[in-house]
Design a protein around this ligand. Structure first.
Ligand code: B16
Ligand code: MG
Length: 214
């Protein structure tokens, strides 16, 4: 056990499971209807950031301005479509590697939490059978400022009752790595997109690689 660290806070989308394709399908339907160009590369820029901030990025390619009311309707439509797609998620959407690593971290005495920008985090955790691994969940419903603001991770640490300096964050998005560092936490980067993120402390080779550091 790494004696300086007492807790591990996991990002959800892109770390514990993958919902990118559902976000993409749901946003794509709206972008197509509005005649706005949208592709998977733009979708990658939406990782870890809030629903409204995601919509603003999509609307960068629009040649007309939309009112706040219109934007709220688009965001609600997207979410309704996204929630329909999430119904098909099941325990198969969280790998054995992730399950075994979480169980081993608990066995080693770490407190575990989820720190996600998503307002659908609790639903997703139930769908994939992940609820019982965690002592706390902080998500998009608990915060006013989305990553790269540290609020969601500080909230998770507070719910765990552990000082931020004793928390490790595991993240797949640059916005999440920056949020962890802004909150005085140790940041482990997982996945190709964050390998070169300037502020991370460790590049993980795989999810179970966490066990080599803790
Ligand atoms: P929702 P994470 C993030 O989750 C997603 O990566 C991001 O693409 C999404 O826009 C955001 O949640 C908000 O999601 O619309 O469900 O509230 O990576 O922080 O677990
Ligand atoms: Mg993520």
């Amino acid at each position: 056990m790494n004696r300086e660290m007492k807790a591990v806070i996991f990002d959800l989308d892109g770390v514990l499971c993958f919902t990118d394709k559902y976000h993409y399908q749901a946003w794509k339907a709206i972008a197509d209807r509005l005649g706005i160009y949208f592709d998977e590369k733009i979708n990658d820029r939406l990782r870890g950031i809030s629903r409204m901030a995601s919509l603003e990025i999509i609307l960068e390619k629009s040649d007309r301005q939309y009112t706040l009311e219109e934007k709220e309707v688009f965001a609600e439509e997207k979410n309704a479509q996204y929630q329909k797609l999430l119904q098909q998620m099941s325990e198969k959407d969280m790998s054995d590697e992730v399950r075994q690593t979480l169980a081993e971290l608990r066995h080693r005495g770490y407190r575990l939490a989820v720190g996600s920008s998503s307002k659908n985090a609790q639903f997703i955790l139930r769908q994939i059978g992940a609820v019982s691994y965690f002592d706390a969940v902080a998500d998009g419903n608990d915060i006013t400022k989305s990553k790269p603001d540290p609020e969601v991770f500080l909230k998770a640490a507070e719910k765990l009752g552990i000082a931020p300096e004793q928390c490790v964050v595991v993240e797949d998005a640059d916005s999440g790595i920056r949020a962890a560092k802004a909150g005085n936490m140790t940041a482990y980067a997982l996945g190709g997109d964050v390998r070169y993120s300037g502020e991370k402390d460790v590049n993980l080779l795989s999810f179970s690689d966490i066990l080599n550091y803790l």
